[in-house]
Write a protein that binds this ligand. Structure first.
Ligand SMILES: Cc1ncc(COP(=O)(O)O)c(C=O)c1O
Length: 352
């Protein structure tokens, strides 16, 4: 289906901007000697995963078995799943994905996860590659020290059905030097055990332009870079012109000269503030702020009287692109001709 003005609220992706973002960061990684493994959590679209690989990415990153299944269905054959997979059902699905792609790797940060992976892959024809997830400061998953990373690498190495693949971290913004220190120490400890540490993978779009240089990291996982968003603009990683994803909305009410109500609320924009004030940037309206949301209402305050009129359409750059993508069944892809093409967001809502 193609249209010029979709029903609102609508998720609109400017393909020209998205492709430029893909090319620019791919070129950065190539110049820096880093493999790029984009995280598909931002777009959840096989077509952009294929574009990223065609541009030179070594494969993709996913967070869920369901996302891996969607991407394997689409012919993507090099997948890193950056999550502890637990439970017989998920492990059976993981093994099924592994049978139909060229390369599948996962992460683990405990002996419990490693034991489950080993049990699931002990009778498989090909072993599963497992990387140790390391907490280099973000305080989410990950072994807490290089010593623990070395210990778990030995456990993986000794477990039938598994191959140790290296180290993975999702650092805190600004955490590159902590990554370097942790990873250099862990790599040395692992190699001292006679185990090769092939891949060291880090990531995150806030620090993407700092990736590279004198680094022990071999691979970078960025997700948001393909669309960018208001949080990355605020952090200085991109400009508003580099933002490919907008939520289009309609003004449904103007109760006062300085207050307008949009038909995009938390169901379209999410409630994610990411530390920012307001719920998105309304393009072309610098005097206006989205000060509050209920599910179906976006409350706009503006300092310019009668700035908005009922029926007017606006485009909003949301705070956090990834969570917004997950809220929509389909996106409208805007081509160079300005025509919008509808595409299903195939990997949205894949919670398991
Ligand atoms: C494990 C992992 N790797 C990579 C990324 C990509 O980060 P960003 O979207 O900041 O590029 C994420 C994002 O949540 C992540 O959780």
């Amino acid at each position: 289906m193609t249209v010029h003005a979709p029903e609102t609220p609508a998720l609109v992706i400017d393909e020209r901007v998205a492709r430029a973002n893909i090319a620019r960061f791919q070129a950065h990684c190539e110049a820096a000697g880093l493999a790029l493994r984009p995280h598909i959590k931002t777009h959840k679209l096989p077509l952009f995963a294929r574009d990223q690989i065609a541009a030179g990415a070594c494969g993709i990153t996913v967070q869920k078995v369901g996302e891996a299944e969607v991407m394997a269905d689409a012919g993507i054959d090099d997948i890193l799943l950056t999550y502890n997979i637990l439970g017989v059902d998920k492990l059976a699905r993981l093994a099924a994905v592994a049978r139909r792609v060229e390369r599948l790797a996962v992460v683990a940060d405990s002996a419990v996860t490693v034991a489950g992976l080993g049990a699931a892959f002990s009778r498989e024809e090909r072993p599963l590659t497992v990387l140790v997830e390391c907490d280099t400061g973000a305080g989410r998953c990950g072994v807490p020290s290089p010593q623990a990373a070395a210990g778990l690498s030995a456990t993986i190495h000794e477990t039938g059905g598994l191959v140790f693949g290296g180290l993975m971290t999702y650092p805190a913004p600004g955490g590159q030097s902590a990554v370097e220190t942790f990873m250099r120490t862990a790599k040395a400890l692992i190699e001292a055990q006679g185990i090769a540490c092939a891949t060291i993978t880090s990531g995150g779009s806030p620090d993407m332009w700092k990736a590279g240089g004198e680094t022990v990291v071999t691979e970078y996982r960025a997700g948001t870079y393909i669309y960018n968003d208001r949080s990355l603009v605020a952090g200085g990683a991109c400009s508003l012109d580099d933002c490919a994803l907008t939520v289009e909305a309609t003004v449904v009410s103007t109760p006062t000269p300085t207050r307008a109500i949009l038909d995009a609320g938390s169901k379209a924009l999410s409630s994610d503030l990411l530390g920012l004030t307001g719920h998105g940037t309304i393009l072309g309206h610098p005097e206006a702020a989205i000060v509050g949301l209920s599910e179906e209402h976006g409350i706009v305050h503006t300092t310019r009287e009668n700035e908005f009129e009922i029926g007017q359409r606006v485009a909003i750059v949301p705070n956090h692109a990834c969570v917004v993508t997950n809220l929509f069944d389909f996106a409208w892809l805007k081509g160079n001709d300005g025509v919008l093409r509808r595409t299903a967001i195939a990997a949205r809502g894949r919670m398991t």
